[in-house]
Structures are given as structure tokens and as C-alpha cells.
Design a protein around this ligand. Structure first.
Ligand code: NOJ
Ligand code: MG
Length: 531
């Protein structure tokens, strides 16, 4: 086995900084709060923390509208707080991954302020400005991902500017070399401060069609979908030239050694895998969100894993994700019993796992009353709000679950007195204990990070509800058998050798040994070793 990089063997943990830990009582999480909780992350057993944006921002999209790529918003702290966070994280062997948002800035960014000042301004071409169509309307039919048109008319200069998201988030013109240089310098600013990598926001959006052609109508559009889906996003994103930009970014990171480039990409598998780039010079990890969109059934998930494994280019490293700050929480999607199967799947498939904060304590969606809604998308398009998956982390059986001494910016779950880290950490049956045991199993058995993957064929009577696979490396083999159903299942394991349960998501099953057939409880998942 060749030497593996830390981002291949390690586990990534996403922190949404507004919601992790508040340190100053303003009801919004901050960098000092994260630093205070690093011991928890080390105890849990993750290897890297990815922190969603904390740059200076008007917070129209809660930090995904950046007004300065090289600073810290006062609501989150200071650059000194950030340096301290990195120092403390590295002391605990935790890597730090930043969220970089190069596709668009805030309207408040000085670059955009200059760009909109006049048509002649030297930064005019840093953003995407176009003449109105002949009828005075927008230059083409592109829509905003958050509802409404993607073009906003700017009276004083008589042109439209393009924004894939809010009008407050104008898209930068990545065809302009000066923009690239400025952005790469921003990356270097953070790399020099010791950052271990970046998750790049909407990386497949960076380059738009050179002729800004209209997107074709999506014949399969259904009214429950967000309006953006009325058109196929063929010309507004996923353009071939974007791979050159990604390769450039990657080489900036490599100037600093083994730093990771993770790309946020929502595309079907066959397009997604092209983002590893020609000769694997693209993203180290094009985020694989397929588990979020696939039906939670053993046969669908098995088909997905096989399709993804088969589509990976030679040498490309896989990765898996169950959720993030833009998606309904896994426990809300599949329920508490199956959330434990999901944890086992995430941490035993081949590839880098990314955990979303709070999933390890089984956080559910929190009902948000209309007056509590904060997400701009949900305000534009009711039903699409992302507040339910962004509620505060729950730490203690204390008021506001120990998240803040003030008023939390979003409400806390009603079961927070029992669903919090303190209450679950010593409970052998808790989901938190399961997550922690899974990560410790990964550390003890290299086969789980670097071994090969193979599906185990089961009889047709069980394969609809049970997914089984093996991980093999040198002379070690582990088999993972996951019951996606709520019925007890008798599994005939091929090749009649003895087995012993290394880990089960049910209590009292670890260490159980047998030969041949194995009985799985409802919603049970096991990792078994040969004996
Ligand atoms: C993707 C981010 O994950 C999401 O939260 C944000 O709203 C959009 N990009 C726009 O930056
Ligand atoms: Mg605070």
C-alpha cells in the first residue's frame, strides 16, 4: 500500500460556526467557541474540522456573501482568535479546512463597489455585466438558485449583473486573469496561516458559457421543486474550462505541501467524477452527495455504491457525505433507527467520510415558526428554507443546551435535555457512542480506510432490505452487513467460515461469534471479522 494522505484516511467534521458554540453570549457561535470544543472533537475521533465561512460579511446568506476574503467577521471574532484556533487544533492533531467562496462575493466587497461605479472602472470586468436584451429585459433566461431572475439591473450604469444566488451575491468573472490572481493570493493568505485545505463553494459554477446561451427547458420539472429546476443548468455551470481553474487552485495548494481541495459539486455521478480532472490534477475530493439524493433502501444504496465505485477514474479517491448545512438532516430524512445504519455506512464505505455537526447526537429537524425563519432562500421560496438543519449544537442539560448564555439565533430541539453530548457520551447505547466507536474502529483497522471494496451477493429474499459488503487488505477482511429494514433477518454468509461481531449498532452484540448464518435484528448493522 503506498503512503496515504491524511485526507484519505481521515474523517472530516463540518462545523457551521453560527451554531456550534457561542462564547460571548450574543446567541451566535464564534471562533473562540469552536476552540473551546476542540477537545470534544479530538475525543470524538475526527481528523479534520471544516468550518463554514466566517469572513467579514453583511450575512445576507450567513457568510456565503463575502466582503473580504482575508479577514474574520467581528461576530465570529478576530484573526488572532483564528490563529489560536489553528494552533490549538494542530496541537490536538486536528486539521483545519476553510470554506472558500470564490464564485461570488458580497455586493459590499470593495471589488464590486468599484465594479458597479462606472462602465469604465478598472474592475468593471471583475464581475459579469451585460447589456439588457432588446426588450430591455435580462440578457438571458438564467434563474437564481434562490428564486427569481439571476440578473439584476443597475440603473446608474444601465447594465445587468449576474448572480447565481442572491442579488447581494454578484458572480465574479473567472475568465478574467486578474480575478484569478487575486483569489489565489487570498488562498495563500490562509495557507500561510497554517490552513490544511479548502472546501470550495459551488466550484462547478465558476465558469459560465462564453456566449451566455439560454438554458434549455427542463421537461421533467415538477412544481414541488425549487424554481431553478425549470431549466437545465447546462450553460450557467459545469463548463469544460472550469477544470483549468481547479487545476490552478490545486497547484496553489500544493505550493504548501499536502493540503486538500474539496469541491462542492451537485452533479450526476458521470459528470461529478470529471472533477478529479485530467490526470487527477483537479479536486482531491469532489464532494459525493449521492447518499443525500438516493432513496434510503438497501437495493438503491447498493446500486449507488457500485455505480460510484465503477465510475471513479483510476487512482481517484472516493468520499461520502450524509448531510450538510443545505440539506435536511439525515435523522429527519430516515428516522432515528436508520440514522444509526447511515453512520455505519458512512464510516465503513471506501473513501473519506464527512460528518455534519450534530448528526453524531442524532439531531432532528427543528420546526421553525415563520417569525423565526432566517434563511433567505426559505423567505424567497417557502418550503426550501435551510434553518431546520442549522440549529445550535446541543452540549449540556442546561438552558439552551450549553450553546449560549444569550438568546440562540435559531431555536434548539425540544428534546435537548436528553439529546445532548453530556447526556449521551457515557450511554453505551447512544448514537454518539456508536459514532465514536466507529471512528475508533477505523483507527484500529486500516482495512476500513485503505482496503478494497466488494459487494457481497445475498439471496434475493434478503437483498432488497440488507446491504452487505467486504473490505479487504492484505490478509485482513471485514464484512459489513446492514439491515435497512425493520424486520429480523437471517443472513446466509457465503463461504462457511466462522465470524465474530466487532461492532454492532445494537447493544450486547459485540463479541458474539458464530459460523455460517447470522441473524440481524431489525435496523441492525454489524461489522464482522473472520475467525
Ligand atoms: C453553497 C453553500 O453551501 C450554500 O449554503 C450557499 O447558500 C450557496 N453555496 C451560495 O454560496
Ligand atoms: Mg458569539
Amino acid at each position: 500500500m503506498s503512503q496515504m494522505a491524511w485526507w484519505q484516511t481521515g474523517t472530516v467534521y463540518q462545523v457551521y460556526p453560527r451554531s456550534f458554540q457561542d462564547s460571548d453570549g450574543d446567541g451566535v457561535g464564534d471562533l473562540r467557541g469552536i476552540t473551546r470544543r476542540l477537545d470534544y472533537l479530538a475525543w470524538l475521533g475526527v481528523d479534520a474540522v471544516w468550518i463554514s465561512p466566517f469572513y467579514p460579511s453583511p450575512m445576507a446568506d450567513f457568510g456565503y456573501d463575502v466582503a473580504d476574503y482575508c479577514g474574520v467577521d467581528p461576530i465570529f471574532g478576530t484573526l488572532d482568535d483564528f490563529d489560536e484556533l489553528v494552533r490549538q487544533a494542530h496541537q490536538r492533531n486536528l486539521k483545519v479546512i476553510l470554506d472558500f467562496v470564490p464564485n461570488h462575493s458580497s455586493v459590499a466587497h470593495p471589488w464590486f463597489v468599484e465594479s458597479r461605479a462606472s462602465r469604465e472602472n478598472a474592475r468593471r470586468d471583475w464581475y459579469i455585466w451585460r447589456e439588457p436584451a432588446s426588450d430591455g429585459g435580462p440578457p438571458n433566461n438564467w434563474l437564481s438558485n434562490f428564486g427569481g431572475p439571476a440578473w439584476t439591473f443597475d440603473e446608474p450604469t444601465g447594465q445587468y449583473y449576474y448572480h447565481a444566488f442572491l442579488p447581494d451575491q454578484p458572480d465574479l468573472n473567472w475568465r478574467n486573469p486578474a480575478v484569478r490572481t487575486a483569489m489565489y493570493d487570498a488562498l495563500r493568505f490562509w495557507l500561510a496561516r497554517g490552513v490544511d485545505g479548502f472546501r470550495i463553494d459551488v466550484i462547478w459554477h465558476l465558469i459560465k458559457d462564453d456566449r451566455l446561451r439560454d438554458n434549455p427547458v427542463n421537461e421533467a420539472y415538477e412544481p414541488h421543486q425549487a424554481a431553478i429546476n425549470r431549466f437545465e443548468q447546462v450553460y450557467s455551470c459545469d463548463r469544460p474550462e472550469v477544470l483549468d481553474v481547479i487545476a490552478e487552485m490545486r497547484s496553489v495548494l500544493r505550493e504548501y505541501g499536502e493540503r486538500v481541495l474539496i469541491g462542492e459539486i451537485y452533479l450526476p455521478i458521470e459528470r461529478l467524477v470529471t472533477y478529479y480532472g485530467p490526470d487527477l490534477r483537479g479536486a482531491d475530493l469532489p464532494f459525493n452527495f449521492q447518499l443525500i439524493s438516493t432513496d434510503w433502501r438497501a437495493d438503491s444504496v447498493r446500486a449507488l455504491v457500485e455505480e460510484y465505485e465503477a465510475a471513479l477514474p483510476d487512482g481517484a479517491w472516493p468520499n461520502w457525505v450524509l448531510g450538510n448545512h443545505d440539506q435536511p438532516r439525515i435523522a429527519a430524512r430516515i428516522g432515528p433507527a436508520q440514522a444509526r445504519i447511515a453512520a455505519m455506512l458512512l464510516l465503513t464505505l471506501r473513501g473519506t467520510p464527512t460528518l455534519y455537526y450534530g448528526d453524531e447526537i442524532g439531531l432532528d429537524a427543528v420546526a421553525i415558526a415563520p417569525h423565526q425563519a432566517r434563511d433567505p432562500w426559505g423567505r424567497n421560496e417557502p418550503g426550501h428554507g435551510r434553518d431546520p438543519e442549522r440549529t445550535p449544537m446541543q452540549w449540556e442539560t442546561a438552558p439552551n443546551a450549553g450553546f449560549t448564555s444569550g438568546m440562540p439565533w435559531l431555536p434548539i430541539t425540544t428534546d435537548h435535555k436528553v439529546r445532548n453530548v453530556d447526556a449521551l457520551r457515557d450511554d453505551a447505547a447512544s448514537i454518539l457512542t456508536l459514532y465514536r466507536r466507529l471512528m475508533s474502529l477505523r483507527r484500529d483497522h486500516a482495512v476500513l480506510s485503505s482496503g478494497s471494496y466488494r459487494t457481497i451477493t445475498l439471496s434475493s429474499s434478503v437483498s432488497e432490505e440488507v446491504f452487505a459488503y467486504e473490505r479487504v487488505q492484505a490478509d485482513e477482511r471485514l464484512r459489513i452487513i446492514l439491515n435497512f429494514g425493520s424486520r429480523e433477518r437471517q443472513i446466509e454468509l457465503p463461504g462457511g467460515r466462522g465470524w465474530s461481531i466487532l461492532l454492532s449498532n445494537q447493544t450486547g452484540r459485540t463479541g458474539v461469534k458464530g459460523e455460517g448464518a447470522l441473524t440481524l435484528d431489525p435496523d441492525e448493522g454489524v461489522v464482522i471479522a473472520d475467525r
